[in-house]
Design a protein around this ligand. Structure first.
Ligand code: MV4
Length: 450
């Protein structure tokens, strides 16, 4: 096992990794930009190294500075968290070249899943259901147009280098196809330096359900059930829960096996997530695989009683992941608390937190790097806390979440707490009858009833 791990990240996820390191008896090294000097991840790590000024490109994305921090502290492994360098194949490669274990998959695994057309082709070979469409990237507009006509409109054009909602174009009718195709390719070239695109049938109003998997160097791949992630705005998840309110044991078994096949196809190592879009008849189709620990991993932890970061570290050290069949017990919900103003189109609200009261009580978990007096820098993601509750049933979890949201007091900055409070009373949310379009199309936040 490692003696010392450097965490190449900031905020709540850096603190989350430090906590598991402590419980495993592993020393932790935090890195921080000058803007994060007073963050809790810096205070609670065994050592901390400043790696540069506030802009991410000069600090958390600056590979030479991170390697230097690992070298001077004698760290043996690097945990990348999520975002920043977590899915950077070059970083994974450079770490191993410097005798540092990257806690995550190999460069090849990251590359295969990072190129969405390659990922889809890999899934087809492994019997994972995919959305009907082109056989990989298309070469000419003529070929693309024929495929669109065959699968039938509406179709979606996706950049192979995109993902997470970036580089996509919806086409409702044949007249608009050529224009959309050219625009999509040009934007893909400008954004990613790769203009490869592929075509898919557009699935109307799908749900987003993802399966958590774990893999190790001994060929074990297990799944830990699903997370319901349909409640999003502009491809940003707002609330996640597990299990999904629409899941059945039969579909879970099938989706779980598909996710295991996906992981086995690339000898996956560590924690990964296989994302599916799901139609109203519960047909599911592979979308993307995320080769990292995700923001919403705690809802899985709370219902399967497993520390996913611990499993990541064990897998990276060459150990065996827990393969005992996981049992799902109860229901967990996570609300993302962002320093944003929901009354003004979620505009970021950085600044000093003048008062911070964290909820507590039974089965309430708050993952945060913030505290009373903490100054939220304007340079990074606006998520300042994750509030996770669990209970035997979904109804009880919702009641507990309402209670916990009422106890969560944050003053000095605007937050998404009032938005979540209204969501907890929303009939669509309460019934579980929602999809990826629900928050933007059907749920109306009323800023006057806070
Ligand atoms: C789709 C789709 C409908 N049909 N593909 C958006 C993010 C990326 N992971 C894939 N996305 C979608 N792909 C087909 N063939 C609808 C979406 C989509 C979506 C997916 C998951 C969660 C939220 C979403 C919001 C809008 C569109």
């Amino acid at each position: 096992m490692f003696n010392k791990i450097l965490i190449a990240n900031r905020g709540e996820i850096a603190l989350r990794v430090i906590r598991t390191c402590k419980e495993m008896g592993i020393k932790s090294v935090a890195v921080y930009s000058t803007a994060d000097k007073h963050s809790l991840h810096v205070k609670f790590a065994d050592e901390a190294v400043c790696i540069g000024p506030p802009p991410s490109k000069d600090s958390y994305l600056k590979i030479p500075s991170i390697l230097a921090a690992a070298e001077i502290t004698n760290a043996e492994a690097i945990h990348p968290g999520y975002g920043f360098l977590a899915e950077n194949a070059e970083f994974s490669r450079i770490c191993s070249e410097h005798d540092l274990k990257f806690i995550g998959p190999s460069p090849e695994m990251i590359r295969t899943m990072g190129d969405k057309a390659t990922a889809k082709a890999t899934m087809i070979k492994s019997n994972v259901p995919v959305v009907p469409g082109s056989d990989g990237i298309v070469n000419t507009v003529e070929e693309a147009e024929i495929i669109a006509k065959e699968i039938g409109y509406p179709v979606i054009i996706k950049a192979t280098a995109g993902g997470g909602g970036r580089g996509m174009r919806l086409v409702n009718e044949p007249e608009n196809f050529r224009n959309a195709y050219n625009t999509c390719r040009n934007e893909a070239m400008a954004c990613f330096g790769d203009d490869g695109v592929y075509i898919e049938k557009f699935i109307l109003n799908p749900r987003h359900i993802e399966i958590q998997i774990l893999g190790d160097q001994h060929g074990n791949v297990v799944h830990l059930g699903e997370r319901e992630c349909s409640l999003q705005r502009r491809h940003q998840k707002i609330l996640e829960e597990a299990p999904s309110p629409v899941m059945t044991p039969e579909v879970r078994e099938k989706m779980g096996q598909a996710a295991i096949n996906a992981g086995k196809a690339i000898n996956y190592e560590g924690a990964g997530t296989v994302e599916f879009i799901v139609d109203k008849d519960l047909n599911f189709f592979f979308m993307e695989m995320n080769t990292r620990i995700q923001v919403e991993h705690p809802v899985t932890e709370e219902i399967v009683f497993c520390d996913l970061v611990k499993e990541q570290i064990i897998a990276a050290a060459g150990g065996k992941i827990s393969t005992k069949p996981f049992k799902i017990r109860g229901h967990a919900i996570e609300c993302r608390i962002n320093a944003e103003d929901p009354a003004h189109n979620f505009r970021p609200s950085p600044g000093t937190i003048t008062s911070f009261n964290i909820p507590g009580g039974r089965s309430v978990r708050v993952d945060t790097h913030a505290y009373s007096g903490y100054e939220i820098p304007p340079n990074y993601d606006s998520m300042i806390a994750k509030l996770i509750v669990s209970a035997p049933t979904r109804d009880e979890a919702i009641k507990r979440m309402k209670r916990a949201l009422d106890e969560f007091v944050i003053e000095g900055v605007k937050t998404t707490i009032p938005y979540h409070q209204q969501l907890m009373d929303d009939p669509g949310f309460l019934s579980g009858d929602f999809n990826t379009q629900y928050l933007e199309k059907s749920f109306n936040f009323n800023p006057d009833i806070i």
